[in-house]
Design a protein around this ligand. Structure first.
Ligand code: GLC
Length: 633
C-alpha cells in the first residue's frame, strides 16, 4: 500500500487495522487446549476437534521401549511408551540415563503437529523394580500381612518419587487381584485371599497419585503433580480366581461371587481417583476379559462411572483368540469394542494402527468409540499436567533408592513377617534370639541371596539370583549387622548333620524357600521349597535349636518339617531391605504380622480359603504369634 494512499487513513482507522491484525494473529496462535485455565472438558473438546483419525489412533497406541525412537513417535503420533519387565536403557542404567531416554522420546511426541505429550509407563509394583539401585519393597503378599493402609500410602508416595526420579509419570500398579489359589504364579502380587484386605490396601493409590481434592467427582482420575504418578488398578477382573490358579485361564464363578470377591477393590480404586485400569488376560466363565463389553464398558465405565482410561495387557488383544494372533482383525475389533482405550503393543504396532484405521474407515468400529477412548486418554494427560510439564525433571534423580525410602522398606519388612511357631527351649521361647552368644550357624539357599529375597519382577521380569542385581542387604548380612561383635557367625549353604552336631553352635537360622518367578512361570502344582532346603532343615534342626525363615511368594509345603523345628517365620519376598528380618528375629522389634493367606497342610486341599466348608489349614488366615521388642538383650 503506497505512502500517499496511507495518508488516506486517519490515525484511529490505522490503529483499528493494526489491532485487527494483532487479534487475528493472536487468535491463530492461541490454542484453547493448551490453556490450563480452560476447563478440562473444553480442552478435551478443543483438541479432539483438531485431531485427525491418524492422530487419534496414535494416542491409543502404546509401544515398547525397544521399538521407540523420536522419529517413530512423530511419524505415528504415538501416545504412550512402556518398559516391559527388564526393559532398561542399559544394564544398571542411572536415573539420569532413564531421564534422558524418556525426554528424547517425549521430544519426538512434542514435535508432532498438535504437540500432544506421550505418557511413559512401567511396572513399579514393589518399588521401582526395573531400575538398578531403586528401593525394592516387600511384594504385596507380605504387605497384606501388615494390615497397615497408611504404610501402603507411604510406600506409594516413595515409589512415585523414585519412578519420577527416572522421568516416568505412570506405573502399572497396584495389582488388586484377590488370589484364591496359591498355585497361581502371581499370587505374590495379591495382598490377600480376603477382598476386604485388598480393599484396604488400595490406600497405596493416593500414595502413588496424591490425595483427591475435596470436591472431586467420583470416578474422575486425579494425579497431583510432578512427584506423583498415574496409577493402574489391575487386572480387571477376576485374575486371581482362575481354575487351579492357572495363569491367564478361566475364572468359573457366578456373577454374585465375581462382584463380592473380585470387584470390591475396583470400587475403592475408582473412589480414590485411579487414573487407569488394566484388563486381565483371564476369562470369566469362558469369555475373555479383553473382549468383555458388558464388564469393561457396561460395568466399569457405565455403572461404576470410571472416567480414566482402560489399557490392555501386553499382547492382551492378541490372546483373545486361541492360538493368539490367529485372527488379528477380530482381536482388534473385539478389544476396542469391548471398551479398551489404549492397546499395549510390544511388537506389531503398525499392524494394529493399519487394522484399526481400516475398521474405522469401513464403519466396523464407530468413530464414537475412538472418541471415547481418546477423550479418556487426553483426560488423564490433562489432569496430570503432562501438557504443562511434559519433560522429566532431572532434579529428582537423587531420590532413587534414598535412605528414607530404604528405612520405610525396612519397616515394611518388619511388619510383613509372620511368626508361625516359637517353641520353648529351656523354658524360654527361642525368639527373640540372643545377640550375644559364642557361635551361631546361618544356613540355607536363601540366606545370602538378594535376588531370591526380592523375587520376580526385580531388575528382570522373572527376577534374578545372586547379589549383583542391585543394592541391598541380604538376611545373612543383616544378621551379621545385628549380633554382638563377639558372636561368631558361621555361614554354610547346606551343612551336614555331623558338622552341625559337633561345632558347638548356640542356635541356627535356616533360610530356605522358592526361586524367583513371574506370571505363568510361577504356576505350581506342588508348592515345594527348592532343594536342598528340606535336607538343610533336617540336617540343621535335627542337631541344634533352629529357626526356619521361609522366603516365598505364597504358602508352601511346610507340614512335614514343622514338628522338627523350634521356630518358623514366614518372610514372603522382603525385597532389598533384609535388615528388617534381623530387626525382628533379634527382638529390636516384636512380631506383629497376621497371615493374609491361609497356610495349607497339603496341596490336595487347594483351593482352600477362609470360610470354606473343608477348611483345615496348617496355619489359619489371620494367624500370627507375637513377641515383645527387647532392644537390649
Ligand atoms: C505383563 C503383566 C502386567 C504388566 C504388563 C506390562 O504381562 O500381565 O501386569 O503390567 O505385562 O509389563
Amino acid at each position: 500500500m503506497g505512502v500517499d494512499r496511507m495518508r488516506m487513513f486517519s490515525k484511529p482507522t490505522m490503529l483499528l487495522v493494526v489491532l485487527c491484525f494483532w487479534a487475528a494473529f493472536t487468535e491463530a496462535d492461541y490454542l484453547k487446549y493448551k490453556d490450563p485455565k480452560q476447563p478440562l472438558g473444553v480442552r478435551i473438546k478443543d483438541l479432539m476437534g483438531r485431531m485427525t483419525l491418524e492422530e487419534k489412533i496414535g494416542q491409543m497406541t502404546q509401544i515398547e521401549r525397544k521399538l521407540a525412537t523420536p522419529d517413530i513417535m512423530k511419524k505415528y503420533f504415538i501416545g504412550s511408551v512402556l518398559s516391559g519387565g527388564g526393559s532398561v536403557p542399559a544394564p544398571k542404567a542411572s536415573a539420569e540415563a532413564w531421564v534422558n531416554m524418556v525426554n528424547d522420546l517425549q521430544k519426538g511426541a512434542l514435535s508432532t503437529r498438535l504437540g500432544i505429550p506421550m505418557i511413559y509407563g512401567i511396572d513399579a509394583i514393589h518399588g521401582h523394580n526395573n531400575v538398578y539401585k531403586a528401593t525394592i519393597f516387600p511384594h504385596n503378599v507380605g504387605l497384606g500381612v501388615t494390615r497397615d493402609p497408611q504404610l501402603l500410602k507411604r510406600i506409594g508416595a516413595a515409589t512415585a518419587l523414585e519412578v519420577r526420579a527416572t522421568g516416568i509419570p505412570y506405573a502399572f500398579a497396584p495389582c488388586i487381584a484377590v488370589c484364591r489359589d496359591p498355585r497361581w504364579g502371581r499370587c505374590y502380587e495379591s495382598y490377600s485371599e480376603d477382598h476386604k484386605i485388598v480393599q484396604a490396601m488400595t490406600e497405596i493409590i493416593p500414595g502413588l497419585q496424591g490425595d483427591l481434592p475435596a470436591k472431586s467427582r467420583n470416578g474422575v482420575p486425579f494425579v497431583g503433580g510432578k512427584t506423583k504418578v498415574a496409577a493402574c488398578a489391575k487386572h480387571f477382573v477376576g485374575d486371581g480366581g482362575t481354575v487351579r490358579g492357572i495363569d491367564e485361564s478361566n475364572t468359573v464363578i457366578d456373577y454374585k461371587e465375581l462382584l463380592s470377591i473380585h470387584m470390591p477393590a475396583y470400587f475403592d480404586s475408582i473412589r480414590k481417583g485411579i487414573a487407569t485400569v488394566m484388563v486381565s488376560y483371564s476369562s470369566w466363565n469362558g469369555r475373555k476379559m479383553h473382549a468383555n463389553h458388558d464388564l469393561v464398558t457396561g460395568f466399569l465405565k457405565n455403572k461404576l462411572k470410571f472416567r480414566g482410561f482402560v489399557i490392555s495387557d501386553w499382547q492382551g488383544i492378541d490372546r483373545i483368540t486361541d492360538p493368539p494372533h490367529s485372527n488379528y482383525s477380530y482381536s482388534v475389533q473385539a478389544g476396542i469394542l469391548a471398551g479398551i482405550d489404549m492397546i499395549m503393543l510390544p511388537e506389531n504396532f503398525t499392524e494394529f494402527i493399519d487394522d484399526l484405521t481400516f475398521q474405522v474407515k469401513n464403519n466396523v468400529i464407530p468413530m464414537s468409540r475412538i472418541d471415547d477412548a481418546v477423550g479418556r486418554i487426553l483426560r488423564v494427560k490433562f489432569v496430570m499436567g503432562l501438557f504443562e510439564d511434559p519433560m522429566a525433571d532431572p532434579s529428582l534423580v537423587n531420590q532413587l533408592g534414598n535412605q528414607e525410602h530404604r528405612e520405610l522398606a525396612r519397616e515394611a519388612v518388619r511388619k510383613s513377617l509372620v511368626l508361625l511357631k516359637n517353641g520353648k527351649v529351656a523354658s524360654q521361647p527361642l525368639l527373640p534370639l540372643l545377640k550375644k552368644v559364642p557361635k551361631i550357624l546361618v544356613a540355607g539357599t536363601h540366606a545370602d541371596n538378594l535376588g531370591y529375597q526380592c523375587g520376580g519382577w526385580t531388575i528382570e521380569w522373572q527376577g534374578v539370583q545372586g547379589n549383583d542385581l542391585t543394592v541391598g542387604t541380604t538376611i545373612l548380612g543383616a544378621i551379621k549387622n545385628t549380633v554382638d561383635p563377639s558372636t561368631q557367625v558361621v555361614y554354610m549353604d547346606n551343612p551336614d548333620a555331623n558338622f552341625v552336631k559337633t561345632s558347638g553352635f548356640s542356635y541356627a537360622i535356616v533360610v530356605v524357600g522358592e526361586v524367583p518367578y513371574a506370571e505363568m512361570y510361577g504356576d505350581s502344582t506342588n508348592l515345594t521349597i527348592i532343594e536342598p532346603g528340606p535336607s538343610t532343615i533336617r540336617n540343621v534342626c535335627g542337631a541344634v535349636k533352629c529357626v526356619v525363615v521361609v522366603i516365598s511368594g505364597r504358602p508352601v509345603v511346610m507340614e512335614p518339617y514343622v514338628a522338627g523345628i523350634d521356630a518358623l517365620v514366614a518372610a514372603w519376598l522382603p525385597g532389598t531391605e533384609g535388615q528388617g528380618v534381623a530387626d525382628v528375629l533379634f527382638g529390636n522389634y516384636g512380631f506383629t504380622g497376621k497371615l493374609a493367606r491361609t497356610w495349607f497342610k497339603s496341596v490336595d486341599q487347594l483351593p482352600m480359603n477362609v470360610g470354606d466348608s473343608h477348611y483345615d489349614p496348617l496355619f489359619p488366615f489371620d494367624y500370627g504369634l507375637t513377641t515383645e521388642s527387647r532392644k537390649g538383650n
